[in-house]
Design a protein. Structure first.
Length: 322
């Protein structure tokens, strides 16, 4: 098989012929069973064989002409060819193994990869993805104790995160209620109920907002009646404007007489303030009060009279300011 320490042509042909046959058989089997892994392994082996064959032949030709000087080189080449042949054999052996056999060989490594992936899913709060991997760890690899441990971790972490998220959402909702942002509060209550429907804290949130709104409306009505009774007309007018956003026509009917009295007093008070300002020639104050009468009581006779003199009052106020 060797000629004076040099690989014979038959030896080279046998090495590369074996590699080519194995690679061809691997690729053909891959086509037959429609396995991409087998086809890829066969093609890679074939490429390595075809690439290395000319190198081996060329080196053999060079060795015949300069044998004494290339003894050490031939030893290195022989070692590399042996390693290449072993690598090709190993690749084919792995390719010929079934999926189950490869899984058994790499079982420990895949277990560690799965554990690491599950830990990452827990850290990123990707609970569903983590549970999928937990089932894989238990059913595919048989590590049921590990799977139960991770399942408990996921459920505990999800419960803690969910509890915190629900509490944060409830704090936001309560702030909206305190600020009387009723439409936003109703929208937020509906969102919380949809997103956290399994949490017991979210039951009846819409009713909670509606009840708070009703209590606030009753409080406004009570304060309005007290302000009107005590002749705190400015405060009563402010409360009356706010009540207008809450009361229906039927609900407002019971306050109509009191409201008329408050409105009349408010108009009369403004009229007195306007006349005193004109009498004192406090034109800037007269202009401000007159403008309020026009805006708040646009259809009153007082407003009609003020419209005829408001421009001259403003001009006088400007002169004084200069």
């Amino acid at each position: 098989m060797e000629e004076d320490g040099i690989l014979s042509p038959g030896w080279i042909v046998s090495i590369y012929g074996s590699a080519a046959a194995l690679s061809g058989a691997t690729a053909i089997r891959g086509f037959m069973i429609q396995s991409d892994q087998w086809i890829l392994a066969g093609l890679i082996t074939m490429i390595l064989t075809i690439t290395a064959l000319p190198i081996g032949v060329g080196l053999r030709a060079r060795s015949t002409s300069s044998m004494p000087d290339l003894t050490s080189d031939l030893d290195r080449i022989r070692t590399k060819l042996k390693k290449l042949n072993e690598a090709i054999d190993t690749l084919n052996e792995n390719t010929l193994l079934s999926d189950d056999a490869r899984r058994v060989i790499h079982r420990r490594k895949e277990r560690e990869l799965l554990r690491k992936a599950i830990e990452e899913d827990i850290a990123t709060a990707d609970w569903d993805a983590g549970l999928v991997l937990v089932r894989e760890l238990a059913e595919r690899f048989g590590y049921r104790a590990d799977a139960e441990e991770f399942r408990s971790k996921i459920e505990a972490a999800r419960s803690q995160t969910l509890h915190q998220d629900v509490n944060d959402a409830m704090v936001k909702l309560d702030a909206m209620i305190v600020e009387q942002q009723w439409e936003s509060a109703m929208t937020e209550a509906a969102r919380i109920s949809r997103v956290y429907h399994d949490a017991p804290q979210v039951e009846g949130l819409r009713h909670r907002v509606e009840s708070a709104k009703e209590r606030y409306k009753l409080e406004i009505e009570r304060r309005f009646l007290h302000a009107a009774q005590e002749d705190r007309i400015e405060q009563a007018m402010e409360l009356l404007r706010e009540m207008d956003h809450y009361l229906t026509d039927a609900e407002a009917e019971q306050f109509r007489e009191v409201a008329r009295g408050v409105i009349g007093k408010a108009r009369d008070n403004l009229g007195v303030q306007f006349k005193l300002a004109v009498h004192d020639k406090a034109w800037d104050r007269a202009a401000d009060v007159g403008q309020r009468i026009i805006e708040e009581f646009p259809n009153s006779r007082m407003a009609l009279e003020i419209r005829t003199m408001i421009d001259s009052i403003r001009k006088r106020a400007e002169v004084i300011t200069r």
